[in-house]
Design a protein around this ligand. Structure first.
Ligand code: HEM
Length: 488
């Protein structure tokens, strides 16, 4: 086969030894040497890495015909298979009828603009509660921890109707760890027996059983006959309603409902929290951007303590800041792995069926062909630019691309905007005493979501309440002048 180029490989392990502790960085480095379509042999798994906008375009641009072939997911990742209820989730279902029907439910019922809008009160209440919590803290706050807690609270209420607190936190954290862990059996399927001896299987079973029990409890809470969902269905309500609806294309079984809940939970919590942390990390390192975005937020707040969702369309610079953070720090930098469903030819290369495909979203977002000074945080680059993260612009793909692209971007972005805006409206932020901008640690911890390795701890200083904007005062003085004239 005319495979794409790649580094030399060792017998049996292939290129695995070249990935090291930070696979996303090693892959980026190797791609620079071998090209933006690179072939790696990871143990027994043939792997294609796509790392430029042009290479992504060659596969996913409408009309190339390859999008479908690259829409499979691997079906033999040990932890993913278990936590997706044996591939009964949107993220891990094989490309085909089941996936299509579940994805349709996600798009039409769970994550549509209307549904996201119906969760507005939850977001506003939880962000306000977090602002009060920060205000009552003296000294520095751990923004990494609080971002995670906030995202978790919102997703719990939106998905389950109430917060489940520590019980959920712990089990979700362990699920993430297990999904992100390097497992020998994922690269050498004949070594699956190893998971029994190194404790992985026991950990996965324990964690899965806890999660499953939790879902059972949540579902039971939703089945009490007195429960009223007239005005505000949560995601479990919607899924249970669809389960009973004979007009649906699919009658979801409980395994599938739980698989979808895991999708929502993992993506909704971690990826949202991760980008919040990176946004604040970049703002604290770039004081002019911080001042500019804060000035914009305060202008729009016009003396009010709260930024509401109706204010968000007016926060133009804030939107550029979020786009720029997603470009430099896509929360899933290597996306969710794909697998080719059949042999295909891309450009000059032959790509065999069952090739695992990694889309290196970070390399794409920093492709020097499309981005000037790609590693600098410069939100202004998006001014007067139509480039967006909706999967249509191949140089910016933080939410992935093609038919398996992320269906949850609306859900995430509105919470991110609301949180950043309110945190900037209510507080000034600075680095803890003795720390300078150069000391901010940018090291990343790669799992299925890429977090900042060391927690982001910042000083917060409540902002004094400002008087309403001058324009309003001017209106008031005009009203006063008119009243005076009338009196005279
Ligand atoms: C900042 C937040 C988020 C980012 C950066 C993100 C990113 C991604 C990426 C890169 C993928 C893989 C796409 C591909 O294969 O091309 C993905 C898939 C997915 N995401 Fe998100 N995501 C986010 C938030 C969410 C939220 C909030 C939800 C749901 C509540 C969600 C649900 C999903 C699902 C279900 C898939 C699998 C889609 C499929 O296989 O058909 N995501 N996401």
């Amino acid at each position: 086969k005319r495979l794409p180029p790649g580094p030399w490989k060792l017998p049996i392990i292939g290129n695995l030894h070249q990935l090291g502790d930070s696979p996303h960085k090693s892959i980026q480095r190797l791609s620079r040497e071998h090209g933006s379509m690179m072939f790696l042999q990871l143990g027994a798994v043939p792997t294609l890495v796509i790392s430029s906008a042009d290479a992504a375009m060659a596969i996913f641009k409408g009309g190339s015909g390859h999008d479908v072939v690259f829409s499979g997911r691997p079906n033999d990742l040990f932890a993913a298979k278990k936590f997706s209820y044996n591939l009964n989730s949107i993220s891990f279902a094989p490309y085909g009828e089941l996936w299509r029907k579940m994805r349709r439910i996600a798009i039409v019922e769970l994550l549509s603009s209307k549904r996201v809008q119906s969760f507005r009160a939850v977001r506003e209440e939880e962000v306000a509660a977090m602002v009060s919590r920060i205000a009552s803290t003296s000294g520095t706050v751990n923004l990494s921890k609080l971002s995670m807690l906030l995202a978790n609270n919102v997703v719990c209420r939106v998905a389950f109707g109430k917060k489940y607190g520590d019980r959920f936190d712990a089990v979700m954290h362990e699920t993430q760890v297990l999904l992100g862990e390097f497992l020998v059996s994922d690269y050498f399927p004949w070594m699956r027996w190893l998971n029994k001896f190194n404790g992985v299987e026991a950990r996965v079973e324990k964690c899965f059983n806890e999660l499953d029990k939790l879902y059972d409890d949540v579902i039971e809470d939703h089945l009490v006959p007195t429960r009223s969902t007239l005005d505000n269905e949560d995601i479990v309500d919607v899924l249970l309603r669809l389960q009973k609806d004979p007009s649906q294309l699919i009658s979801l079984n409980n395994q599938q409902i739980k698989g979808i809940l895991t999708d929502v939970f993992l993506a909704g919590t971690d990826r949202t929290a991760s980008i919040l942390i990176w946004i604040f990390t970049e703002l604290i390192r770039n004081p002019p951007c911080m001042q500019k975005v804060q000035a914009e937020v305060q202008k729009v707040a016009n003396g009010r303590h709260k930024i509401e969702e109706s204010d968000l369309p007016n926060l133009i610079y804030l939107q550029l800041v979020i786009k720029e953070a997603l470009r430099l720090h896509p929360p899933a930098p290597l996306s969710v792995p794909r697998e080719t469903t059949e042999d295909c030819i891309v450009g000059n290369y032959e790509i065999p069926a069952k090739t695992r495909t990694i889309i290196d979203l970070r390399s794409i977002g920093t492709d020097p062909k499309y981005w000037e000074n790609p590693n600098e945080f410069r939100p202004e680059r998006f001014m007067n630019s139509s480039v967006d993260f909706n999967g249509q612009h191949f140089e910016l793909l933080p939410f992935g691309v093609g038919r398996r692209g992320c269906p949850g971007s609306n859900f995430a972005i509105v919470l991110v905007q609301l949180t950043v805006a309110n945190f900037l409206n209510r507080f000034d932020w600075d680095l803890p005493d003795g720390m300078s901008v150069e000391d901010v640690d940018m090291e990343e911890e790669i799992g299925i979501t890429m977090f900042k390795k060391t927690p982001l701890c910042l000083g917060q200083h409540p902002r004094p309440k400002t008087t309403p904007h001058l324009k309003l005062l001017r209106i008031n003085s005009n009203v006063a002048a008119a009243a005076m004239t009338m009196m005279l």
